[in-house]
Design a protein around this ligand. Structure first.
Ligand code: HEM
Length: 468
């Protein structure tokens, strides 16, 4: 008979309030009370079963696509990303799409973007003050946005770059403001508004590649500005897609051009609407995530002179931050260990989510169909059985021990593991090495954890100073 693990008895509204306010404190306190497997309840959601033991995580990550599917997603995700986004594909179409997209994110093609990433990073720090504190978190956000625009979308022209950068930076500023004003209310509203209703309102409001200007009811909604911004973004992306017809694609090495040339098993190319959906997917999945990883990196590393000194020595021995090649950078063990340890201690994404399509046995329980299982990256990365002194930032552990895919899974797991993982690791290493050309020091207290869009982010701007 179907059964669920125990969990807090307080109301779903109170549970989501605690999660939104202090996600990590909430998770840890529930785990202390109920053990490694527990059930949370949020308004408008099916039961959420949180797991973190490697065997349980493995069972969920390796379950067949007839047993689990990706999700659920907040209702605003589908109209924003589009039906053909990798996030919403399942089974064979999902695996086909990954095969089609994968080459763009790996190998020589990926390494060829090193100079662009270095140039973007240098240009961003040029604009930073010297000898006075500034928030590094917003600088790395700008850098990672420009990396997406130039490396993923292939936009080289300064005017078009500026227009999209302003628009998208504005969009996340809007998200931030909404969060700040009423983060709890927004979260609850997003969870409560039934997906199809919101979906149809978005569609009425006339977004889309054709810009068909249908009745605009977005003003009835608190999302008014967001909907308008999305329409402008779609228009700019449509121009980039149209431009593909005018250019010699074989001379371009960006990810959009690679996707546009890809041919699937039936000999077909991706349609403009399909390209648009994947562009927004990479933007949403790859912008805040890499930026947040970098902000955490410097929050942790700049407060550990021993770790920083060893990093500088390693990079100097490879030719110095200005000259180290992308191939060398990929091979530096201490840089790799410090980045992994950052993603262990401060995972950017709190947990992937899987919905059960049919009942699934898990330990002594039989989880009913419809249950959502959350492999908690945060809790799994803090298991004392796996990680000695789990609360300490200790990169050395990654040099001494190998952690399996169900023990360390900052990028998720199974056949849905982050498709941008290698690219994100490379991008972050490139940006870190370039920032180490400067004499950076931390200028604030250690950051705490706050929820920000889809990430667990520092609750400060990570203030730093560039010394002379
Ligand atoms: C530090 C940086 C990043 C982190 C921590 C991260 C983490 C994750 C996680 C946890 C998932 C869910 C995996 C699962 O459900 O098992 C995911 C999926 C995904 N990520 Fe990332 N990600 C990062 C950067 C990127 C970048 C740079 C891109 C692309 C430019 C990207 C594109 C995607 C896509 C498309 C998916 C969906 C994969 C699928 O459903 O098959 N990510 N990522």
């Amino acid at each position: 008979m179907a059964s669920l693990p125990p969990g807090p008895r307080e109301s779903p509204t109170r549970q989501i309030a605690r999660w939104t306010r202090q996600p990590t404190v909430f998770l840890e306190s529930v785990q202390r009370e109920f053990g490694d497997v527990f059930t949370l309840r949020f308004p408008g959601y099916p039961p959420l079963v949180v797991i973190s033991r490697p065997d349980d995580v493995k069972a969920v990550f390796t379950a067949a696509s007839t047993v689990v599917e990706q999700g659920p997603f907040p209702p605003f995700m589908r109209p924003l990303l589009g039906d053909q986004s990798l996030f919403f594909l399942e089974g064979v179409p999902h695996q086909r799409e990954r095969k089609l997209l994968m080459p763009a994110f790996h190998g020589e093609r990926m390494l060829s973007h090193a100079d662009t990433i270095r140039r973007i990073t240098r240009a961003a720090v040029e604009r930073c003050p010297r000898n006075q504190p500034f928030p590094l978190a917003s600088i790395v956000r700008d850098i990672s946005l420009d990396v997406i625009l130039q490396v993923v979308f292939g936009i080289g022209d300064a005017g078009r770059l500026h227009a999209l950068h302003r628009l998208l930076a504005g969009q996340s500023e809007q998200a931030r403001r909404t969060r700040n004003v009423s983060s709890l209310l927004t979260t609850i509203a997003m969870l409560l508004v039934p997906g199809p209703t919101l979906d149809s309102l978005y569609r009425w409001s006339g977004r889309g590649l054709d810009g068909s200007g249908r009745l605009d009811v977005s003003g009835l909604f608190p999302w008014r500005t967001a909907v308008r911004l999305q329409a402008s973004m779609d228009q700019l992306l449509a121009e980039e897609i149209r431009r593909l017809d005018d250019e010699a694609l074989e001379n371009r090495d960006d990810i959009l051009a690679t996707m546009a040339q890809a041919i699937d098993e039936d000999g077909a190319r991706m349609s403009p609407a399909h390209l648009r959906d994947e562009m927004v997917t990479f933007l949403v999945a790859g912008h805040e995530t890499s930026a947040t990883g970098l902000a955490w990196y410097f929050d942790l590393v700049l407060r550990r002179p021993d770790v920083l000194a060893r990093l500088r020595t390693e990079i100097d021995q490879a030719g110095g931050p200005a000259r180290v090649t992308p191939q060398q950078l990929q091979q530096l063990p201490w840089l790799d260990a410090t980045l992994r340890e950052t993603l262990r201690l401060r995972p950017v994404v709190p947990q992937p989510a899987r919905r059960l399509l049919r009942a699934m046995p898990l330990n002594q329980w039989i989880l009913p169909a419809g249950t959502v299982v959350l492999p908690s990256i945060y809790l799994a990365h803090r298991r004392p059985e796996t990680y000695a002194a789990p609360e300490t930032f200790e990169p050395q552990r990654f040099l001494e021990q190998h952690f399996g895919p169900n023990e360390f899974f900052a990028f998720g797991g199974g056949n849905r593991r982050c498709i941008g993982m290698s690219f994100a690791m490379f991008e972050m290493k490139m940006i870190i090495a370039t920032l180490l050309e400067l004499n950076l020091s931390h200028a604030g207290p250690p950051a705490g954890v706050t929820l920000r869009a889809i990430t667990m982010a520092p609750d400060t701007g990570v203030p730093v100073v560039i010394g002379g």
